[in-house]
Design a protein around this ligand. Structure first.
Ligand SMILES: Cc1cc2nc3c(=O)[nH]c(=O)nc-3n(C[C@H](O)[C@H](O)[C@H](O)COP(=O)(O)OP(=O)(O)OC[C@H]3O[C@@H](n4cnc5c(N)ncnc54)[C@H](O)[C@@H]3O)c2cc1C
Length: 273
């Protein structure tokens, strides 16, 4: 279903600077703001896949551009026809695919109980549906410095930006990052991209994958994500922590990492809600 095209929204502090030619005619202050905000564009859903009981992958093609350029870890914002007030219609989704020179991106979305936007995505969006979206946005991206070990900590669909980063590092043959993915879900069937991450671990000696389940016994780690990074960082080696997902996990992880003696400058977060 097509949504309405909107005028420029207010600035979002996480927005990456993207050139917007329409901004040339505006007054200087508004111009500098508008220059940073990507235009709304239309996306066409080309593929939908149910991957767990409540999570779907959506492939979205952007016919307005030849190549959708973004940094791994960035997100797009959808304007969904779910409310009269435009800022109540916006829902952001991390890009789960890596930049590959094409104009198709992957989103992975969980259907939240009582969630209006995710319900819309599940009940009303089909292959061929049009979405109004803007992006790329956000500064939750790979650090330029490779001096510290990276700990990607996530639950559920919070894996999305890390999947993009990890595939990018691998496909581009980038050396120097030492990465750990600590991924928590309730059960094994909730583990998103599990086979992919296992395969990546066999290819890259500089990547450690540690999935952990809070509600099912299995051969791997059990419990929440916290014990895992605390154990891996027992020596307090130089580290950067990137946390993505829902507030409860992020708040707890932030507290624990600070208590371990790490600096808040070494904690980067992307909160979903
Ligand atoms: C930068 C960014 C990137 C994001 N990327 C993704 C992504 O890749 N995939 C994805 O699925 N979502 C992502 N989100 C979350 C997404 O934008 C929506 O917030 C989410 O889909 C819920 O929207 P809704 O309209 O269904 O729920 P709403 O109608 O907005 O309400 C749901 C409310 O309930 C709370 N809630 C309900 N269930 C839970 C739960 N299980 N845990 C925590 N809080 C809960 C939420 O905080 C929210 O306030 C991202 C958010 C941000 C800001």
């Amino acid at each position: 279903m097509a949504a309405h095209r909107l005028p420029h929204p207010l600035p979002d502090p996480r927005i990456k600077s993207v050139y917007n030619p329409a901004a040339q005619n505006l007054l200087p202050l508004y111009r500098s703001i508008a220059l940073m905000i990507p235009n709304w564009q239309t996306g066409i859903v080309t593929h939908i896949e149910q991957v767990t009981s409540n999570t779907r992958r959506f492939m979205v093609n952007l016919p307005g551009v030849d190549s959708f350029d973004f940094k791994p870890g960035q997100f797009v914002t959808l304007d969904l026809p779910i409310h009269e007030q435009r800022n109540k219609r916006w829902r952001s989704y991390s890009i789960a695919s890596m930049p590959d020179g094409t104009n198709t991106i992957e989103l992975i979305i969980v259907h939240l109980d009582g969630g209006v936007g995710s319900k819309y995505m599940f009940d009303n969006v089909n292959v061929g549906s049009e979405l109004t979206l803007r992006g790329p946005q956000g500064v939750f991206v790979l650090p330029e410095d490779k001096d510290k070990e990276l700990f990607f900590i996530c639950t559920g669909t919070g894996i999305a930006p890390f999947r993009s980063m990890l595939h990018y590092i691998n496909e581009q043959g980038i050396d120097g990052y030492k990465t750990n993915l600590i991924f928590g879900t309730r059960t094994k069937s909730d583990l998103l991209y599990h086979n992919e991450m296992q395969l990546l671990q066999t290819k890259r000696p500089d990547f450690i994958y540690r999935p952990t389940l809070s509600r099912e016994d299995w051969e791997g780690d059990k419990g929440y994500v916290h014990n895992i990074y605390e154990t891996l960082c027992a020596q307090r080696q130089p580290a950067r922590f990137m946390l993505c997902g829902w507030r409860e996990m992020i708040d707890e992880a932030k507290d624990r990492i600070l208590k371990m003696g790490y600096d808040k400058k070494d904690i980067h977060i992307e909160i979903y809600g």
